[in-house]
Design a binder for this molecule. Structure first.
Ligand SMILES: [Zn+2]
Length: 108
């Protein structure tokens, strides 16, 4: 299916991008803070922000890897709750959706 190949490509691109970002941040965080002491406070604040971005990226990487595994074993696009197919439209908007609209947003 061409759509699936497309999504797979997008997932792989995204995975690549996020992995690079994490590597960048890791490098940044490991760099010892400047010897200019006056900048210490803002530097450690910056580190906290970076750590936040990093953990978000790491979480996303996990989801993408799961989605890629599902593509590989042919279960991608099946709702984890009810087993129904998740619509392509939804998958295109949220590539690593694991639940169909009905299950993700239960009727109140
Ligand atoms: Zn469902």
């Amino acid at each position: 299916m061409e759509d699936l190949a497309n999504i797979r490509k997008r997932l792989e691109d995204k995975l690549h991008e996020l992995t690079n970002r994490v590597v960048d941040i890791e490098g940044d965080l490991r760099t010892p803070n400047d010897d200019d002491w006056s900048e210490d406070a803002s530097e450690s604040q910056n580190d906290e922000t970076l750590q936040g971005i990093e953990s978000m990226a790491v979480g996303e990487i996990g989801k993408i890897k799961r989605a890629l595994l599902k593509i590989k074993d042919g279960t991608y696009g099946n709702c984890e709750e009810c087993g129904e197919r998740i619509s392509m439209k939804r998958l295109e908007a949220l590539m690593y959706a694991t639940k169909c609209v009905g299950c993700a947003e239960p009727v109140k």
